[in-house]
Write a protein that binds this ligand. Structure first.
Ligand SMILES: [Zn+2]
Length: 473
């Protein structure tokens, strides 16, 4: 949406905002759920049943096509590939193992030169731009054309929605980052309705104990088949619904996006909404997708984007070892992400999934952003520190903030049944993970603030974010 339109929207009365939402909704429905969408999702669904060998052949063919496109149409890649001793002929026989010969594309390079991975024709006439706000630094610019939008939705229809037993074409409630209700609003409704997609879009920025009746009323009125959105928002809502004894409509599935989902929040949401949660993991660059199957495993859609998990020295991590995600996307034909360092840590799962989709490898879980992983004074990185909140009663939400190399602040939003003794327990649990040398302060707060992107991070490392430590891995 253009800047002036956003400003006009923010000061318009609710009925005019509703009109705007529906004009916008009509345009987006056509753009994202057009003809390509139908073909694309069916093809993704079909490939799930392929053998690992057949899918590998397909993925390798996609990779070669994308590399050849990059070589002939993107000056940056042409230069890089030549430096690696590659030419048009060698790219025709390129294999997945050869990927290690190519350098990794850093986010900083994309920030400095937003058009770095655009084809020359796209650079002349760029497709629609989407800005990712990011928590630090300059935003990343992502370019997407109509075909790419339909691809992105197609793979989600086949792998997120269908696995959860629902469809994008059915009604849904969304809890996303869009400031759909002006931030200054102190009166409901805290949602807007898009008739074209049977979608009720809720504001995640207005959720408060005294306003949740408005959210419940809209859920009960529109009865969405699926709820899609940020776990932090749904977790908070579930907490207030439970505390106040408010009954809400039971959707068929909940698809969690954008933030890692801890078991505690998941259980609370599943209990209150009375249905199962499915996790979805992607990035705004849309160069990979991992989605949860019926058996609870997170499968990577390698036919949408190929994933590598790398050690600090660039070698591949064996199963179970945490490393950095590097992705190569196949769907975007205008902006090519080849060996792109996403900025998240993950690990391959060591156990095959019983669902039978053996060609789609599984991740052990989401670990979080590289810049927010805690760094201990002895040089170790501490992953999954937020497990300290596990099964502790009386905590509505928690966050760990590293403020100095030897200091963390644990923020907690207390619930009604809060018992001050959990503060000592949190300190003990944290020091058990990090070592006794770490100073820990526990603070009770009324809320944990969202980032510019709308997300809430369970772990924030201010030392790294403020550039106090250079990337040392
Ligand atoms: Zn599975």
């Amino acid at each position: 949406m253009l800047g002036w339109m956003k400003k006009l929207y923010q000061v318009s009365p609710v009925w005019m905002q509703q009109l705007g939402i529906n004009a916008y909704g009509w345009y987006w429905k056509k753009r994202r759920l057009g003809q390509e969408f139908e073909t694309v999702w069916r093809a993704y669904a079909e490939r799930e049943s392929w053998s690992a060998d057949r899918l590998r052949e397909y993925v390798e063919a996609q990779l070669r096509q994308q590399l050849q496109r990059a070589f002939s149409q993107v000056p940056y890649y042409q230069r890089v590939f030549r430096q690696c001793g590659l030419d048009a002929a060698s790219l025709r026989n390129f294999t997945l193992e050869d990927l290690a010969r190519l350098p990794v594309l850093e986010k900083s390079e994309l920030r400095e030169t937003p058009t770095i991975c655009l084809t020359t024709s796209a650079a002349r006439k760029p497709p629609m731009q989407l800005y990712t706000s990011g928590s630090t630094g300059t935003p990343i610019t992502v370019f997407m054309d109509r075909e790419m939008h339909q691809h992105t939705l197609g793979v989600r229809e086949a792998r997120s929605f269908r696995w959860a037993g629902v469809s994008l074409r059915e009604s849904r409630a969304t809890f996303g980052a869009k400031p759909i209700v002006p931030l200054s609003a102190t009166q409901g409704p805290y949602w807007r309705y898009n008739v074209w997609e049977h979608q009720v879009y809720f504001s995640i920025y207005h959720i408060r104990a005294d306003r949740v009746e408005d959210y419940a009323a809209a859920l009960n009125r529109y009865q969405p088949t699926t709820i899609v959105g940020f776990p932090s928002a749904l977790g908070t809502l579930a907490h207030f619904f439970a505390e106040k004894g408010i009954a809400v409509y039971r959707p068929r599935a909940i698809i969690m996006t954008s933030e890692p989902l801890d078991m505690h929040t998941r259980e609370k949401i599943e209990q209150v909404f009375g249905c199962r949660c499915y996790q979805e993991y992607s990035s705004v660059e849309n160069c990979f997708l991992a989605t949860e199957c019926e058996r609870g495993q997170l499968h990577v859609s390698v036919d949408f984007g190929y994933l590598e998990i790398l050690r600090p020295d660039g070698s591949p991590c064996p199963r179970g070892e945490v490393g950095e995600i590097v992705a190569t996307g196949f769907a975007n034909k205008n902006q090519l992400f080849i060996r792109y360092r996403v900025g998240d840590y993950a690990a391959w799962s060591g156990t095959p999934c019983a669902c039978g989709r053996s060609a789609l490898p599984t991740l052990e879980g989401l670990i979080g952003r590289v810049e927010d992983v805690l760094l201990l004074p002895d040089g170790r990185s501490l992953f999954r520190a937020d497990t300290i909140f596990k099964q502790l009663p009386g905590i509505q939400m928690g966050q760990i903030v590293q403020t100095a190399l030897d200091t963390v602040e644990i923020k907690i939003v207390p619930a009604k049944e809060f018992d001050p003794s959990v503060e000592g327990e949190l300190r003990r649990r944290f020091q058990e993970l990090a070592g006794a040398g770490m100073k820990v302060a526990v603070t009770c707060v009324s809320e944990i603030s969202r980032e510019r992107s709308g997300k809430i991070r369970a772990v924030v490392n201010l030392v790294r974010r403020n550039g106090g430590l250079k990337r040392s891995e």
